[in-house]
Design a protein around this ligand. Structure first.
Ligand code: A2P
Length: 345
């Protein structure tokens, strides 16, 4: 198998660091690692397979100078907007973790277990977009159920971890936890979220849009439709909770009118789907939770139950490590699938 020069833009960030871990675990065919970050990180090193790599400042020429073949971007939308084109110009494939290119028609938006065929579109722009973390774990459970019964509508409420706001978000929760115990909460830094996050629940992730939904909620709606190639009605309520890692989602699906949901069939369809596992034994207190999902590549589904009033409605709870399943692991799986397609053309 050919080996590749791999750049990570945002190498020092929460997702960047996880990308190296997943690359190592999945034995990614790496020739050279090119860790890129801001000037502030120059002088620090990244360790990969017991070897140190110096962090390089991201510039317009970083990709050309380092003969990059695959560039993962995870440093925010404005950085992707400015620098992705320089990676593409050198012939690299860009796998972008930000929202910048996701809804662009000629850019594929891919969850490899769900719509791998869309990767072929990459040639149009050189870019493959990695969906929003909350969208990825949701569509991983929607896809087998859509194939089973046909989905008409999805209503979802999220319980999103602070690491969705990067390292700064995690540090803010840590500091506020300490300050809470020391009765010094009034002095805590409150920058990553609109309000104090410790001992609180904030029904806002990202900024407000004109339609009274937030940007995160609109992403979940639009991206789900793009990935599933279907105009499913989606209503999302995205909520930030004081959990360090792994997003949870309470999902209600309305299937086509004539469907009579059979929970055993639902369980089997979910179990059969790659990288989805069912934990569903309420009597024995067994269901998915962030402490189960964290540091895994699995989307866990539980609390599966038929609606008490409508035969075509289903409720369940869905949890995944959003830094891995929702970002790093999905990106690496996209890259592995891309390699597979390119090498077997
Ligand atoms: P740096 O650490 O040098 O600022 P997180 O999502 O955890 O907040 O991490 C954001 C990532 O994006 C970090 O690796 C950060 O690097 C990187 N980053 C932020 N601004 C820039 C920039 N102007 N150029 C390159 N990388 C950047």
């Amino acid at each position: 198998m050919r080996k590749y020069n791999v750049a990570v833009v945002g190498a020092t960030g929460a997702v960047g660091e996880e990308l190296f871990r997943v690359m190592d675990e999945l034995n990614f065919p790496v020739d050279n690692i090119v860790p890129l970050a801001s000037a502030k990180s120059v002088g620090t090193n990244i360790e990969y397979k017991n070897k140190e790599y110096a962090v390089i400042e991201l510039t317009e020429t970083s990709f050309k100078e380092n003969k990059v073949d695959i560039a993962f971007f995870s440093a925010g939308g404005s950085i992707s907007a400015k620098y992705a084109k320089y990676a593409v110009e050198t012939g690299a494939v860009v796998i972008d973790n930000t929202s910048h290119f996701r809804m662009q028609e000629d850019v594929p938006l891919v969850v490899p277990e769900v719509n791998p065929e869309d990767i072929e579109l990459w040639k149009k722009t050189g870019i493959i977009a990695n969906p929003n973390c909350s969208t990825i774990q949701m569509v991983l459970s929607l896809k087998p159920l859509d194939e089973l019964y046909g989905i008409k509508r999805v209503d979802v409420s999220t319980y999103q971890a602070v690491s969705g706001a990067g390292k700064a978000g995690m540090e803010e929760l840590f500091h506020q936890m300490q300050d809470l115990l020391n009765f010094q909460l009034g002095e805590s830094k409150k920058e990553s979220f609109a309000h104090q996050i410790v001992n609180n629940v904030i029904p806002q992730v990202d900024v407000a849009m004109d339609n009274s939904f937030t940007k995160e909620e609109v992403k979940m709606i639009q991206e789900t439709q793009k990935i599933l190639h279907k105009n499913i009605a989606v209503a999302a309520t995205c909520v930030r909770v004081p959990v360090l890692r792994s997003h949870s989602e309470s999902i209600t699906i309305t299937f086509e009118n004539d469907v009579d949901v059979n929970v055993d069939e639902v369980r089997e369809a979910l179990e059969r789907f790659p990288n989805v596992e069912v934990i569903d034994d309420l009597e024995n207190n067994a269901y998915p939770m962030p402490i189960i999902a964290t540091d895994t590549d699995i989307t866990y589904v539980g609390r599966i139950r038929k609606d008490l009033y409508s035969n075509n409605m289903l409720h369940y709870f869905n949890v995944a490590d959003q830094v891995r399943v929702g970002a790093a692991t999905n990106s690496i799986r996209i890259a592995l699938k891309w390699i597979d397609l390119e090498e077997n053309k």
